[in-house]
Design a protein around this ligand. Structure first.
Ligand SMILES: Cc1cc2nc3c(=O)[nH]c(=O)nc-3n(C[C@H](O)[C@H](O)[C@H](O)COP(=O)(O)OP(=O)(O)OC[C@H]3O[C@@H](n4cnc5c(N)ncnc54)[C@H](O)[C@@H]3O)c2cc1C
Length: 382
């Protein structure tokens, strides 16, 4: 949807992607007085494959950014327990907080807050990075009834997994990890609280894991990480999810068989560089690990907030050190957290290993507490 003046205007920043990272960084930059165009290929609010579990750390980042007062956050059930089924056993672990929210509500409200701060949002428009021309970066926009080129001092790519926005910059393309799973999700409406409100029900099985959590308005978010092989041979995403739940003896939520699933590209990936000339990557676009620990939104919001002051500097006075500095800072902040998440995800691929780890926590309750705290910092989610 085009509004007048998009192409003719000299933008300080073009942000590609109105997910959590894109909205938060666009909001922060507009708040500093920059002219920001936010381009989203879908129409807002849009569905996003995600468990929707927002950690305490993410909530406090949103509050720090002046975004803590969203209506959906007030209505979202508070997370209290993790019910984890693995290797034929069930563990019931306390959670230290966080909320379960519908991504369509969260991202829709974040986009609205960005617009209220002065961001110019274009929806239904696919953006692709163009070349550097003088002291500007070109961005090509298509959809919404035409094609346009816009110029900006800086482009921030917040396009998530595989958005195809970085075509002209091969160096920024992610390397997908061997054996990486794909993500899938749906929201089932009118559930009578299965599992109970405030409980993340996580089921690990052969070929993947499935998270279920009740969200505001009586819906049930179902999100899964699945081996592509299981999806191919197990009757598609729906068949794979059903197999994992049925094998663990879990009840199948109402409507599971008839729901429409959305899937993601392969999940675990890393970039060699998180920036190039007049372009910075934030959120999943700058690297992601499997969703078992549910940290994705926390990382995305945090990366958007720490990118904002660097982006402000880059728009005022670009220099190659800015790109190198952002790559180094991003690696320093997130590489170890991605690695830890990948380690946890590797453990749950082998039910015997997960059972062994969790059995220790049975014997030594303090270990359970430490594990939950650890995972809470890692924010158990989907
Ligand atoms: C199965 C699963 C469960 C998960 N569960 C949780 C959880 O419980 N808790 C948690 O914190 N995290 C979870 N995550 C991770 C979380 O969803 C992501 O880490 C988070 O959404 C990243 O935010 P983002 O803004 O970087 O990307 P996104 O939210 O993916 O936003 C990217 C946006 O860019 C748009 N876009 C893409 N390409 C273009 C283009 N070329 N032009 C214009 N727009 C474009 C997309 O349409 C999208 O709106 C889960 C992920 C998966 C796959």
């Amino acid at each position: 949807m085009w509004r007048a003046g998009v192409a003719g205007k000299d933008w300080d920043a073009v942000v590609i992607g109105a997910g959590v990272a894109g909205c938060v960084v666009a909001h922060a930059l507009a708040g500093r007085g920059f002219a920001v165009l936010l381009a989203e290929r879908e129409h807002v609010p849009r569905f996003k494959v995600c468990g929707g579990c927002l950690s305490e750390a993410a909530l406090s980042s949103l509050r720090a950014a002046g975004l803590g007062q969203l209506t959906c956050l007030a209505a979202a059930p508070r997370l209290e327990r993790l019910e984890l089924a693995v290797g034929g056993r069930l563990w019931d672990l306390p959670l230290p907080g966080g909320v379960a929210v519908r991504r369509s509500h969260l991202d829709g409200e974040l986009a609205a807050a960005a617009v209220a701060e002065g961001v110019h949002l274009v929806e239904g428009v696919r953006a692709e990075l163009g070349p550097v021309i003088g002291n500007r970066r070109e961005v090509r926009l298509s959809g919404g009834g035409g094609r346009r080129s816009v110029m900006a001092s800086l482009v921030i790519a917040a396009s998530g997994l595989g958005g195809g926005s970085l075509g002209s910059e091969a160096a920024l393309r992610p390397r997908v990890a061997r054996g990486s799973r794909l993500g899938a999700g749906a929201v089932l409406e009118d559930q009578d609280a299965t599992p109970g409100t405030g409980i993340i029900r996580m089921t690990c099985g052969r070929g993947g894991y499935v998270g279920q959590v009740a969200v505001e308005g009586g819906g049930l978010v179902v999100a899964a990480a699945l081996d592509p092989y299981l999806v191919r041979t197990g009757g598609g995403v729906g068949g794979a999810v059903t197999r994992i739940l049925a094998a663990s003896g879990r009840p199948l939520p109402r409507g599971l068989a008839n729901t429409t699933w959305k899937a993601t590209p392969r999940l675990t990936r890393a970039v060699g560089r998180a920036a190039a000339e007049r372009v910075m990557l934030v959120g999943d676009a700058a690297g992601y690990a499997e969703p078992f620990t549910g940290e994705g939104m926390t990382w995305a919001i945090e990366s958007a907030l720490i990118a904002a002051p660097r982006a402000a500097e880059a728009m005022t006075r670009w220099g190659p050190a800015i790109a190198a500095g952002w790559t180094a800072e991003h690696r320093r902040r997130f590489a170890a957290r991605h690695r830890r998440c990948r380690r946890v995800a590797r453990i749950v691929r082998h039910p015997w290993a997960a059972t062994a780890v969790l059995s220790v926590t049975d014997l030594i309750p303090q270990v359970t507490e430490a594990l939950v705290r650890r995972l809470a910092r890692a924010e158990i989610g989907s």
